[in-house]
Each structure stands twice: as C-alpha cells, then as structure tokens.
Design a binder for this molecule. Structure first.
Ligand code: SAH
Length: 450
C-alpha cells in the first residue's frame, strides 16, 4: 500500500473568508464549492466574465490587493495573469494556504470531491492524480447515503449531553447505531431501551476465502457493530480492517511456527469477552462450520450461557469451484460432494473416500497441500482409477490464485511445486467439466500461473 502525500483534514472556515482570485469558469466552480461553507466567499478579479449574481458571494471587480488576504482561511487562484501571480506571492508571504487551479505543483492543498450532508461531510481525494475516478467514487457513495443523514447527525448532536448522562459508553454507541439505522426513530423509547445492562454476544462469522467482496452483507454489518474482533491468521488484514476503527482486534492465528492460542484458550477468551458485555466478532476463514473448530467454540459458549449466532461464509471449496467453473455436482457425472480433511485421515477414512469417489461423488480435500502425493497414492492403492481427474486451487477466491490440473496418477508422482497459500484439492469426474484452462498441467510441466 502506498503512503499518502497529503493528509485529509477538515479546516475551520467559520467566521473567516475564502478568497477566489479570478472571474472565469474556474473561479465559478470554486465559488460553488466554497459557498457550501459558512465562510464569506470573496471573488477578486479585474474582469468578471461569469455570472456570480445567483451565488451568496462578495464580488470585488478590481485588481488583487494584499489586504484581500486578511482574515482569510484559504485562497484559490483561478487567474493566470498578473493578479494571480501577485496573490500567490502574497499568500506564500503571509502563510495563507494556497490552491492554484490546475497547477498541482503550486498548491498547498487540493480540494477533494465533496459529499455534503452537513454537519457530515465526506471528501474523496486522489492527490490530483485521478479526479475522474474520485468523481465516480463520489457518485457511488452519494447513492448510498440518505438525504436525511445530515438531519440525523444534527439530532444525534443535540442528544449528546443527555446520552452521556444516561448511558454507558457501549450503550451509547449502540444507541447511536440504532438512531442512524432506524427510520424515524422514537428517540425517547430508544434511549430507554438502551439503558439496561449491555449483553455480550459472540458472532461466529465466516469471512470467506480471503477476498473482501466475498463477505456477506451481514458479516460486514456485524463487523461494524463488534467491540472486539477475534480472528484467525487465514483472514486477510483487509477483512479485519473492515471492522469498526476503534474495535479491539485480537489475532489468535494458528500459523505453523508462530505463537498461537490453543483452542481451549480461544474458547476461554471469547467466553470472557462476552461475559464482560462485549459484542465479539469471531472471524474465521471460509465458513465457520467447515473445518473451523466452530463445534468446540459453540459448546463452550453454550456451557457458559453466552448468546451466540453463526454467520455463514463462502467455504474455500466453493470459491475454488467458482474460480474454475467446476460444477461439483453434475447430472449423470457427480451426484454429491464430500468435504473432507486430508490432514490426519486414517485408513478407514481413505477407504471410505475412495469408495465415495469411485461411486461418482466429488471430493474436496482441505488441509492437504503438503501431503497431496501421499493421499493420491493411498487412493490409488484403494482402487481409485489413475485417470480420475484432479484439480487444485491455491489461494482460491483471491487475485493471486494458482491452479494445477491432471489425474490422480499424476498427482501421486509428487512433482508439483506449489505457490504459497492454502489449497483445495478436487478429485472426481466433475473436475473435467470445469474450466481449468489457466491451470498448470501436473505431469508435463509445473509452473506458476501469472
Ligand atoms: N473454514 C474454512 C476452512 C478452514 S481449514 C473454509 O470453510 O474454507 C483451512 C483449510 O482451508 C486450508 O488448509 C485449505 O485447505 C482451505 N482454505 C482456506 N482458505 C483457502 C483459500 N483461499 N484457497 C484454498 N484453500 C483454502
């Protein structure tokens, strides 16, 4: 991620002036922005080409003079002549922040695209690099926000003292959340209903395979509501970041070779946090109910009498199927799907899977990357055909995914050099129906797909 060369702030302009030097179209544009504020907007130019009469601005049709900058919060120079140059020099001299329209190198500040729901403002800035993109982003955000947002913000502002006196901090936050999400709320009833003891809860949330836009809307909403986010290492930072900015974040990562929490410690942690009245987002990769140790956590929560809810996510096998357009069930080819863990599978289990695959079910093996060849060998030994199609997706659902395809016989040769990241192994006839065009062939050569 690149660092910002600018720092977005909201500058106080109340009781001050915003001066625009110039009288043409550029000046008019800046004037339209500036009048969104309560500042006095002053236009200075010897020639006024545009019609400013409909705007609440002061027009001084004369050359720029230094005292134009007294009491001035910022100055826009939209005049490419002598007056513009003089205004620039003067602004520098007296330290008034300066914007020279369309000359980024001479600017102290840039004007972002603005969404105005006073007192709420949203600024989209691109450091002058991509104004068109910034405007597009603005249009999208604009469409998401109710025109009443400003009124709700003002209502919230007017209630601040009462809320602070009546409610604890977590209660207050929940109150404000309800205030902004409920249509025409009954403020008194809402205040009353938030006065009780805050009840903790644990949400077991599926974060999907690691792409931010493969999260459910519910997961996204609850991440915003959570006081604490407890996450695994497979959940990418970008998803963890989607939570509330001031939410506490605890990584209980189980990455090989790193310090990590035991399952018992995780169980104890989420129970304790909820008992403190916190709302806990227990964020897991994929779906929480698929190889996610959800069973143990739910048992612990039940035992402790803690409220909980499960939010499903896109499990890795389903993301891998989507990546490769592989129909895991397919009429006359595959009548079902087995999610299994390759890691730690014993002989009985292997017998069982070989039989299932032979009878036409698709196998989706989790946690098998380091033992693919040996699992393939064992399935062959149990009579599964060497020509059974296999496909492997590393980093399913993510931009950096890599694919491998071949047959069970080839898989047993142990020639794949995998790229970093978790992998799903598909075994079964349905794989052949997918689109594995971008996959490296397992036997012939094995290379990283760009
Ligand atoms: N609950 C998760 C599974 C967690 S177990 C889910 O539903 O997806 C961890 C295993 O999941 C990994 O060893 C790997 O087999 C698989 N996995 C998780 N994310 C993956 C991804 N983005 N691509 C491929 N496999 C993934």
């Amino acid at each position: 991620m690149g660092a910002l060369n600018t720092f977005p702030v909201s500058v106080k302009v109340e009781g001050q002036r915003i001066v625009i030097v110039g009288g043409g179209a550029e000046a008019l544009n800046k004037a339209r922005l500036a009048i969104k504020t309560t500042a006095e907007v002053v236009i200075v130019s010897r020639t006024i080409e545009e019609d400013f009469s409909a705007l609440p601005v002061t027009v001084r049709e004369r050359p720029f003079v230094p005292c134009d900058l007294f009491g001035t919060a910022m100055v826009f120079v939209a005049d490419h002549g002598e007056d513009g140059a003089a205004a620039q020099r003067m602004a520098r001299l007296v330290g008034v922040p300066l914007n020279v329209v369309d000359v980024p190198d001479s600017c102290d500040f840039y004007t972002p695209s603005i969404i105005d729901r006073a007192p709420i403002s949203i600024a989209i800035a691109s450091e002058g690099e991509a104004p068109v993109l910034a405007r597009l982003v603005r249009a999208r955000i604009e469409a998401m926000l109710s025109p009443d947002l400003g009124a709700v913000a003002r209502l919230a502002g007017s209630l601040r003292d009462r809320v602070a006196a009546l409610l604890s901090k977590p209660q207050a936050r929940r109150f404000y959340e309800a205030l902004v999400t409920i249509n025409s709320p009954d403020v008194e009833a809402l205040l009353e209903s938030h006065r009780g003891e805050a009840e903790g809860i644990v949400w077991l949330i599926g974060a999907g395979p690691g792409a931010e836009d493969l999260l459910t809307l519910r997961a996204q909403r609850l991440l915003q509501e959570a006081d604490v986010i407890v996450h695994d290492h497979l959940v990418p930072d970008a998803v963890v970041e989607m939570g509330r900015r001031d939410a506490e974040r605890i990584s209980v990562g189980k990455k090989k070779g790193h310090h990590s929490f035991t399952q018992a410690q995780i169980n104890a942690l989420i129970v304790r946090l909820a008992a403190e009245g916190k709302r806990v987002a227990r964020l897991k990769s994929g779906d929480p109910m698929v190889f996610g140790r959800a069973g143990e956590e739910i048992a612990a929560l039940r035992k402790a009498g803690v409220a909980y809810a499960i939010v499903p996510g896109v499990s890795a096998a389903l993301a891998a199927a989507a990546d490769t357009a592989t129909p895991l069930t397919l009429r006359k080819v595959s009548t079902g799907l087995v999610f299994a863990t390759a890691h730690g599978a014993d002989n009985d289990e292997l017998d069982h899977w070989a039989a299932l695959a032979a009878s036409g079910l698709s196998l989706a093996l989790y946690m098998g990357k380091t033992i693919t060849a040996s699992v393939a060998g064992k399935l062959l030994a149990r009579g599964l055909s060497a020509s059974t199609p296999v496909g492997i997706v590393v980093n399913a659902g993510r931009p950096d995914r890599t694919l491998h395809r071949g047959t069970l016989g080839e898989l047993a040769l142990d020639v794949i050099s995998f790229s970093d990241g978790p992998a799903i192994i598909f075994i079964g006839a349905a794989v052949a129906a997918g689109d594995w065009q971008d996959a490296a062939e397992i036997a012939v050569h094995d290379f990283k797909v760009a």
